[in-house]
Design a binder for this molecule. Structure first.
Ligand code: BES
Ligand code: MN
Ligand code: ZN
Length: 494
């Protein structure tokens, strides 16, 4: 098991009974609170002593493990920082850090005493639940832990908790963990075929239907841009569509589109070999879409959704497309390919145009590890957000506030579109040299959207992390699954 799929709840714990690993959050400005006293008592006053001696000060990110010869064998103190600055994201992080510490000390369970916050802001139970499950995630598929190493199998939340938030937190975090799995599998396993199988599995839920087109199918439909990228790969490419009908029949759907490049070598415009292995994460947009659909399958929100995933590899060889080639996309626009490594926008072009034409959505959000430039701009800490509709942009920003997944808007002024004009075709697939790379990618996509309200999330920096994070080990992060699931749920619940 690479993550714990359940969080149990005990509203009224008895601290005279054995608890293997108990984690307690402490605010810097509050110290020991009411709910901590029974624990302090069970520890013979150890907690208050540690606090008085300032061995633990409750600073954000601070952790201290206490050992005690009694039923509470190990108690982890987790710093929560200043109580007036506490947010649900900090709650999520603290819960993640608690689980991380339990795992580091080979505990097979982690029990967390819920935080006694002054701001009973709704969403805390959900955030804590998510932090616990997400923090337990490890990718152990190909390297099982040694036999004598106990695995973390239980997560328990002690104290007052909001039941509905707890169950929702489980659904969301589990979907994120599944997305991380899809991301972390190497490209020889997570092929377009495998992504299509995952989509078929999700599509078995009620109100869902998955359709998968192969090379001949989408080529006949006119998807010349996807076909061009796929030309150099022997892995059968797929164009995957999942339709969810939770709303009224005939109501326009919300559309989700994800870049499913299972490996991006750059094509004939080959990438440098250093860190090229990271390009197995180039299907993260697709993984995000599948994670969101996983949540949708379980929570069955009352709206219609269509999800589209163009999936292929970008390799090189005798049949690969060349720089200078011109292809025709689904909407008839011709594209001059000046760099075969700018392939994400090509496969998305066909997917976006197809979804707009076939499904007439009222809004589209696409997810793509589209540009290295977004890493230069925002690092691993925020996704690039671009779009043509202020309301939809604001809606994504509001959801991001709630889920703690940072987004940052970049402009899409008309002038930028001049940068993708081609001398020989309608447009070219790169912008003005290395300038404004993330915007160049987005203005290219805009050519395939028409007037539909649309947001593009460039997740090249956030989809995977180089280092361990408070509630995610390095590797696939599952970014934007909670974000967009939250947005969709808020839409039907308001
Ligand atoms: N998949 C890459 C973007 C990427 C780079 C993701 C680094 C994660 C980390 C994308 O297909 C790509 O190669 N983009 C090029 C575009 C350029 C050729 C216009 C890039 O950003 O260098
Ligand atoms: Mn590329
Ligand atoms: Zn790519």
């Amino acid at each position: 098991m690479s993550y714990v799929k359940q969080v149990d709840h005990n509203p009224d714990p008895d601290f005279t009974q054995p608890v293997e690993f108990l984690a307690i959050g402490i605010f810097q400005d509050k110290g020991l609170q009411e709910s901590h006293h029974p624990v302090d008592l069970a520890l013979g006053g150890l907690m208050s002593k540690v606090w008085e001696r300032k061995d633990f000060q409750g600073k954000k990110g601070e952790r201290l493990l206490l050992h005690y010869d009694g039923p509470l064998a190990r108690v982890a103190l987790i710093g929560l920082g200043q109580s007036d600055k506490f947010t649900s994201e900090l709650a999520r992080q603290a819960a993640g850090r608690a689980v991380g510490l339990a795992q580091k000390h080979r505990a097979d369970g982690c029990t967390l005493l819920t935080f006694e916050s002054d701001q009973p802001q709704s969403g805390f139970t959900q955030a804590i639940t998510e932090g616990l499950i997400l923090g337990s995630y490890r990718f152990t598929e190909y390297k099982k832990p040694a036999d004598d190493e106990p695995e973390l199998t239980s997560l328990i939340l002690y104290g007052q908790a909001h039941q509905e938030e707890l169950s929702r937190g489980i659904v969301l975090a589990t979907a994120v963990c599944r997305t991380r799995d899809l991301q972390n599998h190497p490209a020889n396993i997570m092929t377009p075929t495998r992504l299509a199988e995952e989509a078929q599995r999700i599509g078995e839920a009620s109100n869902m239907k998955t359709t998968v087109m192969d090379r001949d199918g989408f080529t006949e439909l006119g998807m010349g841009a996807l076909a061009g990228v796929a030309a150099g790969s022997n892995q059968p490419p797929k164009f995957i569509v999942i339709e969810y009908s939770g709303g009224q029949a005939g109501d326009a759907p919300f559309a989700l589109v994800g870049k499913g490049l299972t490996f991006d070598a750059g094509g004939i415009s080959i990438k440098p070999s250093a860190k090229m292995d990271e390009m197995k994460f180039d299907m993260s947009g697709a993984a995000t879409v599948l994670g969101i659909m996983e949540v949708v399958a379980q929570l069955q929100p009352r709206l219609n959704i269509v999800a589209a995933i163009p999936s292929t590899e970008n390799l090189l060889g005798g049949s690969a497309q060349r720089p200078g080639d011109i292809v025709r996309a689904y909407n008839g626009k011709t594209i001059e390919i000046l760099n075969t490594d700018a392939e994400g926008r090509l496969i998305l072009a066909d997917a976006l145009a197809y979804v707009v034409d076939q499904h007439k959505p009222f809004a589209i959000i696409d997810f793509a590890t589209l540009t290295g430039a977004v890493l230069i701009t925002l690092g691993h800490r925020a996704s690039g957000l671009l779009g043509n509709d202020d309301d939809l942009i604001a809606e994504v920003q509001r959801a991001a506030e709630k889920t703690g997944e940072r987004v940052w808007q970049l402009p899409l002024w008309d002038e930028y579109s001049d940068d993708i004009k081609s001398k020989v075709a309608d447009i070219k697939n790169i912008g003005d040299g290395r300038l404004a790379g993330t915007i160049a990618g987005a203005v290219f996509l805009k050519e395939f959207i028409g007037d539909t309200p649309w947001v593009h999330l460039d997740i090249a920096g956030t989809a995977w992390q180089g280092k361990d994070q408070p509630y995610a080990p390095g590797g696939g992060s599952g970014v934007a699954v909670r974000l967009i699931a939250q947005l969709l749920l808020d839409r039907v619940e308001r």
